[in-house]
Design a protein around this ligand. Structure first.
Ligand SMILES: [Zn+2]
Length: 119
């Protein structure tokens, strides 16, 4: 059983989190658990950072994306995180520059040179 618990949210055991003390509702697909559902957690973080230039706390999409990676890092080895980010590929996160939304891309694809070079 996953023991994720943070900021009043806990893993409910099926890969999603819920507020502590709330009744369990299987139809309630809420936020993926960063600990036991890390891939989906990052995939959703990618989508959010690409559509939301600034969240309610004033955090820009690119900052939110980086914060999600930091969170995922606690539950993965460096190699697992690298593999996951490579499977995600490119994240076109939104940021704010002078009050305007701009795209700030993060590219996790392997550089072409390493794909074709053999030691
Ligand atoms: Zn969990």
């Amino acid at each position: 059983m996953c023991d994720f618990l943070e900021n009043g949210f806990m893993c409910r055991g099926d890969g999603f989190t819920q507020e502590v003390g709330e009744p369990y509702n299987i139809n309630d697909i809420v936020d993926p658990c960063p600990k036991c559902n890390t891939k989906l957690f990052l995939e959703e973080a990618k989508i959010t950072s690409e559509v939301l230039a600034k969240d309610c706390s004033g955090k820009t999409g690119d900052k939110a994306w980086l914060a999600s990676i930091q969170k995922a890092k606690q539950f993965l080895t460096e190699a697992e995180l690298t593999a996951l980010l490579q499977s995600i590929g490119v994240v076109n996160a939104l940021s704010m520059v002078d009050g305007k939304a701009v795209v700030k891309p993060f590219n996790y694809l392997k550089p072409t040179s390493t794909l074709y070079t053999r030691p």
